[in-house]
Design a protein around this ligand. Structure first.
Ligand code: HEC
Length: 455
């Protein structure tokens, strides 16, 4: 008896594999099933990339940012894995929306499948849970300030709000406990629940399958899983994994500046939450609840009730005009709000502001020459400052705790206005935006001003 035979006598894998491959499909082959398979593949993929990221992640306010920075710069393919993990969540969302639309079109929630639909809606909410918790983990400015908005929305819920916010944050503010809790939710609680949902889904599907098989007169006439459905499953999965690899390659995710609770940052949520944030702008004070709970609640309820509201018994959109119109209206509503939000960002120079925060120094710039000709007369040869008001760059305390470069870049480019009008004209910090750009200003800070402190 060879090893294979021995293993089979203990495990029985041969008949199990053959059984799954030869499993008859009473409903025939289906593209929706292939999409669901791809969804499972993407989830497993998220698990894998998440596991790799967790190998060098440390959930504390002190270490989180540095550990992600380490992953990006010191580990093999770290940046690529992180981008895969990040874009994977968007793709999962796109996929689940596609599945929902196909099911709606075909009326696939009929024939006892209402519960699969409801599990899908629950899964959608779990995905939001994953993205909300994952958003905080890199602990950069966007993570902190974006999460602040979310937890304060949570806190604004009448009655239970403050308590929920306190439990989620692990205190009055976002800090170490919040990070630890979000991390545990992200890599333990949510995956556990997701797995539970999957087991339930398989159970329901299996139950329906047995019922249908009982009604089939000639099971041998049915198509079987391998290769008819399997080829579709593999093909669709490959397409989505391919798209994911491409997205991660062409749109790598970078890490913003480290979170600083004292320094407000123009944070933005993920693209699929933009409409909700835009909506909130129209409701203030006690009316806020309309934007945070009422409208999202109505949309959620409509989605939830679709299988029970669709009494048409037909496939296609024409048979269910009211529901289709309603869904179109919701889609249009969310898209318009998203478009308004992006347009507003363009108008107000949001992207320029973010670019300043993430500016990389121009390494070609002759910082010594420029400093000597422009800055020297006021800031001095050693950067300690020659005027009453000039800061002392040579003092290490000037640079700590956190003096974000973005403020200094702005000071150099725009000058520092003498608001109280107490300085003589020739002692004011002048604006240099006509002579240098932001990357060159950043170079002055990194290669000239900061080194003064260690001389
Ligand atoms: C005419 C004198 C003068 C010149 C020239 C000058 N500065 Fe300044 N700078 C000042 C003064 C005064 C302040 C403090 C302004 C204040 O805080 O009110 C200042 C502030 C700064 C700050 C902001 C510090 C902070 O904590 O906000 C930076 C950065 C800076 N200077 C860099 C430069 C660089 C780089 C150059 C050369 C390209 C330069 N300065 C040229 C007078 C000068």
């Amino acid at each position: 008896m060879g090893f294979g035979d021995w293993l089979d006598s203990r495990v029985g894998h041969r008949s199990a594999v053959a059984g799954s491959c030869q499993r008859p499909l009473p409903d025939g082959v289906s593209w929706i099933r292939a999409l669901v398979f791809a969804l499972v593949v993407l989830f497993v993929f998220e698990g894998l990339t998440g596991f790799l990221l967790s190998l060098s992640y440390s959930p504390s306010t002190e270490a989180a940012h540095a550990s992600v920075d380490y992953t990006l710069n010191e580990t093999l393919f770290g940046g690529y894995v992180r981008s895969l993990h990040f874009h994977g969540s968007s793709l999962v969302l796109v996929l689940i929306t596609m599945i929902g639309l196909c099911c709606f079109y075909q009326g696939a929630y009929r024939g006892g499948n209402e519960f699969s639909w409801i599990l899908g809606i629950i899964l959608l909410n779990l995905i939001f849970g994953y993205t909300i918790t994952g958003f905080l983990l890199p602990w950069d400015q966007n993570a902190l300030w974006g999460t602040k908005v979310r937890t304060s929305i949570m806190g604004s819920t009448p009655m239970v709000g403050p308590m929920v916010q306190n439990v989620v944050q692990g205190g009055d503010d976002i800090g170490n406990l919040t990070l630890t809790r979000f991390y545990t939710a992200h890599f333990f609680v949510l995956p556990l629940v997701t797995f539970g949902i999957y087991v339930l889904y398989r159970g329901i599907k299996n139950h329906l399958w047995k019922k249908k098989m009982g009604e089939v007169s000639d099971p041998n006439s049915l198509p079987v899983y391998w290769p008819f459905q399997a080829s579709r499953d593999i093909m669709v999965s490959c397409i989505f994994v391919g798209i994911l690899f491409g997205m991660a390659y062409f749109y790598p995710i970078h890490l913003g500046p480290k979170a600083d609770p004292l320094l407000s940052y123009p944070a933005r949520p993920e693209w699929f939450f933009r409409w909700l944030y835009q909506l909130l702008k129209y409701f203030e004070g006690s009316a806020q609840i309309i934007g945070t709970l009422v409208i999202p609640g109505i949309i959620g309820t409509i989605l939830f009730l679709i299988p029970f509201a669709d009494r048409s018994g037909r496939s296609g959109f024409a048979g269910k005009k009211t529901l289709t119109t309603l869904l179109l209206f919701i889609a249009l509503f969310c898209t318009s709000l998203t478009a308004i939000a992006f347009y507003h960002d363009l108008e107000t120079g949001h992207f320029e502001e973010v670019a300043l925060w993430e500016m990389e120094a121009d390494t070609e710039f002759d910082v010594d020459g420029f400093y000597k000709s422009e800055c020297f007369e006021c800031h001095g040869r050693k950067g300690s400052g020659l005027l009453d008001k000039t800061p002392d760059f040579s003092d290490p305390d000037y640079w700590s705790p956190s003096r974000p470069d973005v403020l200094l870049i702005k000071a150099i480019l725009n000058g520092v206005p003498d608001e109280k009008d107490e300085l003589p004209e020739d002692e004011e910090m002048p604006a240099y935006e006509d002579q240098i750009n932001a990357a060159q200003a950043k170079a002055l800070i990194d290669f000239k001003l900061k080194p003064f402190a260690s001389e």
